[in-house]
Write a protein that binds this ligand. Structure first.
Ligand code: CA
Length: 497
């Protein structure tokens, strides 16, 4: 089983896959954006006033957050993928905004999700490792001291659900129902077997290894239930029924697919669809991505059918970059992979659709981050956190409509404690990368492959960004728990207790 740990990942310089030329463009889109957005706003206003659908809840949009797991940057059509059609995922971008420089706050699953759901850099609260699956350890996971934005939506009257992967702690105190979700269906660990015949361990509270956690029954709220469908299809089914059940009230749907994370398992019908792909790993991966795309299609069709599309914000992203040879993913021309702080680890497929509120068919090129999701929702829907839980993200909507000029972020930051790695990224795509004692400077606007180190060319900028790094680092905590890479050490501490 692929463990998700990366001590010495390969970091290829050579592009594995070339994106089409449009992906390299960094257009000055603001004037165009403003014009288009005005037209769109007018059209949206017309639509909402004439349709009468959900007139009362126009200020309380539904929110659907769809997360793919270990999906590579270039493995969706809107980022240039050629061998795996993703027409439904592409619809989100075509009818909304594609983020060319969309980042996640960490390069592996669990911290990335902790940051996304809190809207805060996970390093602020010591969350820099993949959790171990230990249902009897309340310290192994996302601390109850942190607030999650779904809880604020729930308090504001939203019906909230998680469908799929949790991966923020298996102890009952840390379960989704205790963290702001009204209901949930899914599994607690970092991944799962896909075929129902493989799910033979009934009680998720009675397993204590990652491998076993992949084979449990599903949890429906507090009950273990036996699933009969291929897992990705099951989650899509649950998503459609959740939307139908909650059509009359504002809802938040966190659809957290574990696909296309390992194990590589697909349905025979979809494998047949990709029989022209010779590489078996890539073929299976393609079939899994296609299942996610089918699910996204089902979600969008359900919104259309119920007349909810215009009042629903749909966000799609991957939780980290593609792990390349571990699951057959591709990050296009980006260097590195899951687990690294090169672009291939943290820059992901990322798009948002909100008809009538943001323009359609736009590529937004300035850096944005998954932490912006919580801030965007807080900015648009309300529900700001208490001061001690201050968000690190920015409400992106004014930037997407052209109302706010400039970049959403002067600086974005990353730290990978166990790798002694840091990144500081500026709003104009300059990137400081520190790995141990070595510090590099890249200009991603001209060199997103990170092949030309400018450290000696621009020493003043390097120094400035390093000061910024130290300033941010001083606000962080060390890791709060031992993770997947420290399993042996963790087991020893348990024996001593
Ligand atoms: Ca992941």
């Amino acid at each position: 089983m692929y463990s998700g740990t990366f001590h010495s990942p390969p970091e290829p310089f050579e592009p594995l896959f070339q994106l089409p030329s449009f992906a390299y463009l960094h257009p000055m889109i603001q004037p165009t954006l403003t014009t288009i957005s005005r037209l769109f706003m007018a059209a949206g206003l017309l639509f909402t006033t004439t349709s009468g659908i959900h007139a009362q809840s126009a200020n309380r949009p539904n929110i659907i957050l769809i997360v793919a797991d270990d999906l590579g940057y270039s493995d969706v059509g809107f980022n240039g993928c050629k061998d795996i059609p993703t027409p439904n995922i592409d619809r989100i971008a075509a009818q909304g905004v594609r983020f060319d420089a969309g980042y996640v706050c960490f390069s592996v699953c669990s911290p990335s999700r902790a940051g996304m759901l809190t809207g805060r850099y996970p390093q602020r609260f010591g969350y820099e490792r993949n959790v171990l699956y230990v249902p009897d350890d309340p310290a192994m996971g996302l601390s109850r001291d942190e607030e999650l934005f779904p809880g604020r939506l729930q308090q504001a009257g939203y019906r909230t659900t998680l469908l799929g992967k949790w991966h923020l702690g298996a102890h009952p105190d840390l379960h989704p129902l205790k963290r702001g979700f009204s209901e949930w269906y899914g599994f607690l660990g970092g991944g799962h077997q896909y075929h129902p015949d493989s799910l033979r361990l009934k009680d998720p509270m009675k397993v204590f290894t990652e491998e076993a956690s992949y084979r449990t029954w599903m949890n429906r709220d507090l009950e273990p239930v036996k699933e009969g469908d291929y897992l990705t299809d099951a989650l899509s089914r649950e998503a459609a029924t959740f939307i139908e059940r909650n059509r009359q009230q504002p809802f938040f749907l966190y659809l957290a697919y574990n696909a296309p994370h390992t194990p590589l398992q697909a349905t025979p019908e979809r494998l047949e669809k990709f029989k022209q792909i010779e590489n078996k790993q890539r073929r299976t991966y393609a079939a899994m991505v296609s299942a996610v795309d089918d699910g996204v299609g089902r979600v969008l069709e359900t919104l259309d059918k119920l007349g909810l599309a215009s009042n629903t914000m749909v966000i799609f992203l991957s939780d980290n970059g593609g792990p390349l040879h571990h699951n057959g993913s591709r990050n296009g021309d980006l260097r590195g992979m899951k687990g690294t702080l090169f672009e291939g680890g943290i820059r992901v497929p990322f798009a948002i659709r909100w008809p009538g509120k943001i323009p359609a068919g736009i590529t937004y090129t300035k850096p944005v981050i998954s932490l912006d999701i919580a801030a965007t929702i807080a900015g648009q829907v309300g529900g700001q956190p208490r001061p001690k839980h201050a968000l690190d993200g920015t409400d992106l909507i004014p930037f997407l409509t052209g109302k706010s000029k400039g970049a959403p972020h002067d600086f974005l930051y990353w730290r990978h404690f166990d790798q002694k790695s840091y990144v500081v990224l500026t709003g104009d795509h300059h990137k400081l990368l520190k790995r141990g004692d070595s510090t590099y400077l890249f200009n991603l606007a001209a060199d997103r492959q990170e092949t030309r180190d400018l450290a000696t060319v621009e020493p003043r900028l390097l120094k400035k960004l390093d000061r910024e790094r130290l300033r941010w680092d001083a606000q962080l905590k060390p890791p709060a728990f031992l993770g997947l890479s420290q399993r042996d050490e963790y087991m020893k501490t348990r024996q001593r207790k």
